[in-house]
Design a protein around this ligand. Structure first.
Ligand code: GLU
Length: 388
């Protein structure tokens, strides 16, 4: 066989996808698996969104569309960004992509080249550094601590910046930790970005999933100086339970959007045309479905967190966003991969090792699953830890 491209050997397969597939395969074999692996809401996509996509099929929205997305969707996204996030974008500043992951991949392809440094706070969503590598850039990983709710400080950001820094990746609420940066923390980070004249990509895919008194401040809304250095990445998967639809978007300076559209024009072309009409309905219809799903996540978070609190030798900050708990398992004496492997084999509970997110002392649990699995799975985790 011909030799594969070197870039492939420089990246790892996605562990989140691999473990989720393994858990699904074990379930299909008839095994009683509790899966806390994928960050995938267990709810069906709301009916009104499905109806809009079905209607679009009947209306013949089945052909190639503009590479950057259907204009009504780009308009709806611009409207949403103004209404929810207080940022002013024209439809021309928006590209519709094949999901949040593709948004970021396409962005890296359009922006990053050999020698560019991208600052990524750890724990990070595992695909960020791999995308940077695929684009030929270098990830500068900045470790954060549980004591600071796994958030990067302005001082840490400042220290990591070099003349080669091009981009800072901000993800709030965060995957895998669930941490939410409060408005004053966002403002302090924005000031560093402005002072050093770098770009920030704000991954806001979990913006609607907030608990207690947490609020989401979109970094670009602070002032004009940060707005022009900001790229917003978002999508429909998490808030509207549309993971399989693959619809995401980027909002940014027109030159970035044009570059991304060129990349998209030679890679994927447009996003599935009729799926985009479902996304319009998601934005333009009642947001009650989002509120209802959030209420379920809030209940599950409480139950899962109190189970963790009752298990010896593990701990986690109580996060106020997304649907993950990031649990410190270092006192068990196991590293994250071994912990997750043994837990899956012995107790049939699927979790994601923190090593995939840049922290080998922790594991990630997703509570975007039903309450019965949460109760059963947490009892099994408790048994497992006590058996060690
Ligand atoms: N973003 C989700 C997660 O972290 C889905 C899996 C993936 O795309 O990595 O579980």
């Amino acid at each position: 066989m011909n030799k594969l491209a070197t870039r492939v050997s420089q990246v790892n397969p996605s562990i989140t996808l691999a473990i989720t597939a393994k858990a699904k395969a074990m379930k299909a074999e008839g095994l009683d698996v509790c899966s806390f692996s994928a960050g995938e809401p267990d709810f069906d996509t709301p009916d009104h969104i499905k109806s809009a996509a079905k209607q679009a099929l009947d209306d013949g929205k089945t052909k190639y569309g503009a590479a950057a997305g259907e204009m009504p969707l780009r308009q709806a996204i611009a409207h949403k960004l103004k209404k929810d996030n207080n940022v002013d974008y024209k439809p021309e500043n928006i590209i519709v992509t094949n999901g949040g992951k593709h948004s970021l991949y396409n962005l890296m392809m359009a922006l990053i080249e050999e020698g560019d440094e991208v600052i990524i706070p750890a724990p990070y969503w595992l695909s960020y550094p791999e995308m940077v590598t695929l684009a030929g850039g270098k990830s500068i990983i900045v470790a954060t601590t549980a004591e600071n709710d796994y958030k990067i400080t302005p001082e840490q950001l400042k220290e990591a910046i070099t003349p080669k820094t091009k981009l800072f990746v901000l993800n709030s609420p965060s995957n895998p930790t669930g941490s939410v940066y409060n408005p004053s923390e966002i403002k302090a980070l924005a000031q560093v970005v402005i002072d050093h004249d770098i770009l920030v990509v704000s991954d806001e895919i979990y913006e609607k999933i907030l608990y207690d008194d947490a609020t989401h401040l979109s970094i670009g809304a602070i002032n004009e100086e940060i707005f022009k250095r900001t790229i917003i990445s978002n999508g429909f998967a998490k808030a509207y339970s549309m993971t399989g639809w693959r619809v995401g978007y980027i909002a940014a300076d027109i030159n970035i959007i044009k570059a991304m559209t060129t990349v998209q024009g030679h890679s994927t072309s447009n996003v599935c045309t009729f799926a985009q009409y479902g996304a319009i309905a998601a934005l333009e219809s009642s947001q009650d479905c989002v509120v209802q799903m959030l209420a379920s996540f809030a209940e599950r978070r409480k139950i899962m967190y109190s189970a963790i609190e009752s298990i010896p030798n593990v701990s986690a900050p109580l996060p106020n966003g997304a649907f993950y708990l990031f649990i410190d398992i270092s006192k068990t004496g196991l590293k994250s991969l071994e912990f997750c492997d043994k837990l899956l084999t012995q107790e049939k509970v699927a979790t994601i090792p923190g090593v995939a997110f840049g922290n080998d002392n922790c594991i990630r649990l997703s509570y975007a699953t039903d309450m019965e699995s949460i109760n059963k799975g947490m009892a099994r985790i408790s048994n497992f830890i006590q058996s060690l």
